[in-house]
Every structure is written in structure tokens, then in C-alpha cells.
Design a protein around this ligand. Structure first.
Ligand code: GLU
Length: 421
């Protein structure tokens, strides 16, 4: 599915080029990642056998600052996928105006088949594999799909062991106890909620009572569903890889979160005592529900042309990276269904990563209120800048407008720095 994520990212760039004031030579440079490392990771399994995993780190662009982006553990991870995701990180950090470039890494594996001990060995071996290219002023990894605070603590520990001192700011998304920040776990979901609310305001719609479907119930999807629900939205459907649940009267998101933390997935929730009103729904049907907002929060390329033709939501908010194919995007545009692009909607995670990195460098910690206020200010500014570009450049959609802002920021940085040698 994610094989054409890179094609999608490049097509989005090219689509925005005519609207953006970027020198043609610079634009050509922007299409090529600075470097990508592929590493082989031998890991001893619990049964004593040795398995070799493939890991990657793509550093896409550093014109505006150190590389920044998460590490994902997933069977679809490939050189092309991390490259696409590293490109999106570049446009994301530029759009929300963080002093970073863009990167992404990952290991091709099925994390559900790895024990805790195997995951730790894999994480430490991956860190060793990429340690020469990462560092607080060079490239700062963070969580992504199937990685979290636990993996970041192992990465920070491994890197610090080689450095002979504690180096917390080599990664963000750490546990609070080892230099993490208040608010990082919820940051991406909170950012999705903030951009959804602003989009509703822009459209003149009320979020209170609005129906919402969320595809994906990992860190991002579950927090988004919980926060939207606490703000009065009516979350009518959620799903994960095991399938989904639907209740037109609204779901009890906290109860689903409890079920998932006890059983590991949404499967079986409809049979749980007291929740018989919820019906099972497939991921395909969830994407086609007649709702006020559809929030894909899982993986790339789930909104295909077929889905786009049938889609009945009034607005799509992209919590995942690259959930809409380029062709599907065109169909949604023709059908006048607005899409809040991923590089804005899910930027809350990297914004709070930045705040964590700043706190680490100052050896000072902020309280949750200060973190959340700053997150909201930065996202609101980027939202307005995207809207300004949408109007001033007369772009066909919001994604193109977001790219115009991002491409011009990165392009200007390249022009000012010039071409070495
Ligand atoms: N993995 C997240 C993303 O796709 C966060 C990256 C970061 O915090 O560096 O935006």
C-alpha cells in the first residue's frame, strides 16, 4: 500500500510548484533527499536464533536546521517509504516554522511478533546503526508508528553510553523521568483536535455535536477521539487493524480505550458487557460513513480513488501521514470536500518535540499549560498562513497552499545559503 508514498509526496510537491515562488534549480534540489542510510540489524530472538532486520534513516533536507523525524516499526517500512515520510517532515517543520529540517527512519518488522526483550535489542542495535548520523545538533529522532517513550529511552540510553555522558536531546518523545516534556504523548492528537476545531470555525460549522469517524486507534487516533469527544463532538466510529465499532448515537471513547489497553485491540468490544449498542464496522465502511469529519489516523494511502468517489464526510482531517493518494485528492477537490493536510493537521507531535528539545538544551522544564499554549499558538499561526496562501495564491486546495508556504520557506533558506562548493 505504501509503495507509492514517495510518488504521492513528489506529485504533491510538483502540483504546488506553479503557485510557489521557488527558483527552478532550488526546486530540483528539494526533490532529492540529502542522504539515506540502510542498515542490517542482527538480533538474537528469544529462541536463540538470529534474525536480520532492515533499518533505514532518510535525512531529506537540513537547509533550515537539524534533521527531525520519527522512527517507525512496521512491516511496510522501506527506503521509499521513509524517504516520502522524511519529505513530509521537511514540509511539516517548515509550515509550522520550527528551526528543523526533515528526516524519518524505521525498521521493517512486525512489532506484534517481537517480545519486549527483542524490541529492546532491536532498538539498541538500530541506534548503533544510525548513531554516526544522529545527534542533538544533527538529527533528532522521535516516536512514530509502533514506537513511543519506551523506545526513545532505549535510544537515548544507547547513544549516551557511546557518548560517555547523558545526552537527552538526541531524541524527543522521551519519558518525563529522563528529560521528556509534559504533553508530548497527547501532542499529535491535541494538534489534530485544534486544527479540526479551527477548520470547523473556518467553515462556519459547530464542532459541538458534530459527528466524527476516526480510522486508527493508536496513540494519535485514540487521543484525537478522546479529546474531540470531551469537546462535545459525537465520535460515532473508530477502528484499528482488527476492525471497528460504530454507534450513530456516539461511542464511549474512554471505554474503548480501556478495552484496547486490556485486550490489545478493538476486536471484541461490541460483545463486551454494556456496550451492545455499538455495531462492528469494517475500515472500508468507516471511511465511507456520512459524518461531519473523517479523520484517517493510521497509515498511508487508505483514501484511494474508490474511497474518494464514495466518501460522504463533509471534511477530511489527515491525522496520519499521507493517508490520501494523489488521485483521490483530485477527486475530493472536484467533489468540493475540503482536506486539512497532514503536514498541518498532525504537526502537533513535532511541535511539542521541538519544545522538549528546547527544554533539554536549557535544562529547564515547562508545565503542561505552557506547552499546550505554545502548541496552540504555533498551529494557529500556521493554519492562518495556509489560509492566507490559499486566498492570495488562489491555490486549488488547502494542501497546495500549505506546500506553498513550506516550499518557499525551505527554498528561501537554500537560496540564502547558496550552493556548496
Ligand atoms: N512521528 C511524528 C510525525 O510524523 C513526530 C516526529 C517528531 O516529533 O520528530 O510528525
Amino acid at each position: 500500500m505504501s509503495d507509492d508514498a514517495l510518488g504521492n509526496m513528489l506529485a504533491q510537491m510538483e502540483n504546488a510548484e506553479p503557485y510557489a515562488d521557488v527558483d527552478a534549480g532550488v526546486f530540483e534540489r528539494l526533490k532529492h533527499p540529502e542522504r539515506t542510510l540502510k542498515v542490517s540489524l542482527p538480533v538474537e530472538r528469544d529462541d536463540g536464533t538470529v534474525e536480520i532486520f532492515e533499518g533505514f534513516r532518510c535525512q531529506f533536507d537540513s537547509a533550515r536546521g537539524p534533521f527531525k523525524g520519527g522512527i517507525r516499526y512496521h512491516p511496510t517500512v522501506s527506503m521509499d517509504e521513509v524517504t516520502a515520510l522524511a519529505g513530509w517532515m521537511t514540509w511539516k517543520t517548515a509550515l509550522v516554522d520550527l528551526p528543523y529540517g526533515g528526516a524519518k527512519g524505521g525498521v521493517a518488522c512486525n512489532p506484534k511478533e517481537l517480545s519486549d526483550c527483542e524490541t529492546e535489542k532491536l532498538t539498541r542495535r538500530y541506534t548503533e546503526g544510525v548513531r554516526r548520523m544522529i545527534g542533538p545538533d544533527m538529527d533528532v529522532p522521535a516516536p512514530d508508528m509502533n514506537t513511543g517513550a519506551r523506545e526513545m529511552a532505549w535510544m537515548m540510553d544507547t547513544y549516551s553510553m557511546y557518548g560517555g555522558r547523558v545526552i537527552p536531546d538526541v531524541v524527543t518523545g522521551k519519558p518525563i523521568e529522563v528529560g521528556g516534556t509534559a504533553g508530548r504523548v497527547e501532542a499529535t492528537g491535541r494538534g489534530v483536535t485544534i486544527t479540526t476545531r479551527r477548520m470547523f470555525e473556518y467553515l462556519g460549522e459547530d464542532l459541538d455535536g458534530a459527528t466524527v469517524a476516526v480510522q486508527g486507534f493508536g496513540n494519535v487516533g485514540s487521543v484525537t477521539a478522546r479529546l474531540l469527544s470531551s469537546m462535545g463532538a459525537n465520535v460515532v466510529a473508530v477502528s484499528d487493524v482488527s476492525g471497528g465499532v460504530h454507534d450513530a448515537d456516539g461511542l464511549d471513547v474512554m471505554a474503548i480505550e480501556r478495552h484496547v489497553s486490556e485486550t490489545g485491540s478493538i476486536a471484541g468490544y461490541t460483545d463486551a458487557d454494556g456496550y451492545d449498542d455499538a455495531d462492528a464496522i469494517t475500515n472500508g465502511d468507516l471511511l465511507r460513513l456520512d459524518v461531519d469529519a473523517l479523520i484517517p489516523a493510521a497509515i498511508e494511502n487508505v483514501i484511494t480513488e474508490d474511497v474518494a468517489e464514495d466518501l460522504r464526510a463533509s471534511v477530511v482531517v489527515e491525522a496520519a501521514n499521507g493517508p490520501t493518494t494523489f488521485a483521490a485528492d483530485g477527486i475530493l477537490r472536484e467533489r468540493d470536500i475540503p482536506v486539512v493536510p497532514d503536514i498541518l493537521a498532525n504537526a502537533g507531535g513535532v511541535i511539542v518535540s521541538y519544545l522538549e528539545w528546547v527544554q533539554n538544551s536549557q535544562q529547564y522544564s515547562w508545565d503542561l499549560e505552557q506547552v499546550n499554549d505554545d502548541l496552540e499558538t504555533k498551529l494557529a499561526r500556521a493554519f492562518d498562513e495556509m489560509l492566507d496562501a490559499y486566498t492570495a495564491r488562489d491555490t486549488p486546495d488547502l494542501r497546495t497552499a500549505a506546500y506553498v508556504v513550506a516550499l518557499e520557506r525551505v527554498g528561501k533558506a537554500h537560496e540564502m545559503r547558496g550552493l556548496f562548493p
